[in-house]
Design a protein around this ligand. Sequence first.
Ligand code: SF4
Ligand code: SF4
Ligand code: SF4
Length: 300
Amino acid sequence: MGIEELRQYAANILRDGRVKLLIGYGEGGDGRVVPMFITATEIERCSQLIYDQRCTYNLSVYLLKAEIKSLWSGAVNLSGKVALVAKVETVRSALGLIAENQIKKEDLCLLGVRGVGAVAAAGAVGTEGDWSSISSYCERVFDVGEDVGGDIGEKNSHRLPEKLDQEIDALLKKSPEERLHFWRQHFASCIRCYACRQICPHCFCSTCIVEKSMPQWVSPVSSESGNFSWNIIRAYHLVGRCVGCGECARACPMGLRLDLLNRYMVKMVQEKYSFKAGLSAEDKPPLTTYHLNDNQDFIK
Ligand code: SF4
Ligand code: SF4
Ligand code: SF4
């Protein structure tokens, strides 16, 4: 079975020293899934690795955490590769981070996990076909996505790409004033907990714009205008970088429709720049590069 193969492979690469740390999914009790961090001193824990519909987290978010970065800087004398159990969006985020010079390709060992169930549960944006572009960046791709049943996929079914597209189409039929009203009302419920930012692998700034005080671009506390600015600015900062993993929407305690916003931005980037984030470790996000023959209309 695929998951057994993954467990054995993970144990082997830790045992032979090819990687120093493996990050995957494990049981957290009460039906919850938690990230697992396994080093060579506890290889037996690899037998507890899981992958099913509940494994929605985009584990690339851990690659830039100080504790993991310290492995690479040698600060704790554990320099070496980190292995990541990676669903399709996780691989794409990792490639995006490499493209943005946040991590080095040679420091990573991506163990791809493929499965329709988990993709649907994640509320991701139809990324299963992307394996053809990205699997060459993985050490191996394991088919471990058995559909384990349950209602998790059902709960998230409103986030399936076709459903999101229907909602976007309905919104686009409204007037600009009506759309503005929709988002103003919607953002009003934001409590500024910043879970959306913390869970996103691409929100890696050492000082987020919302924490800058000289000048203060965005009020950090919950207010109507501050909430609007925060959510729009964050969406702009993710243009051409968001891989549509759905994690910010899933993490939002107020149920803000960040999935709609992200999906729309992803579609715009595809339409305007023919670019999809995270399909290669070499291609930079379009808004971080320029060409002399770029269309200059936007500054005229
Ligand atoms: S997670 Fe939701 S409530 Fe929290 S800051 Fe983000 S949008 Fe606002
Ligand atoms: S919201 Fe913008 S400034 Fe803040 S961490 Fe994300 S990308 Fe950086
Ligand atoms: S903005 Fe949201 S959907 Fe996009 S990569 Fe970040 S967490 Fe995933």
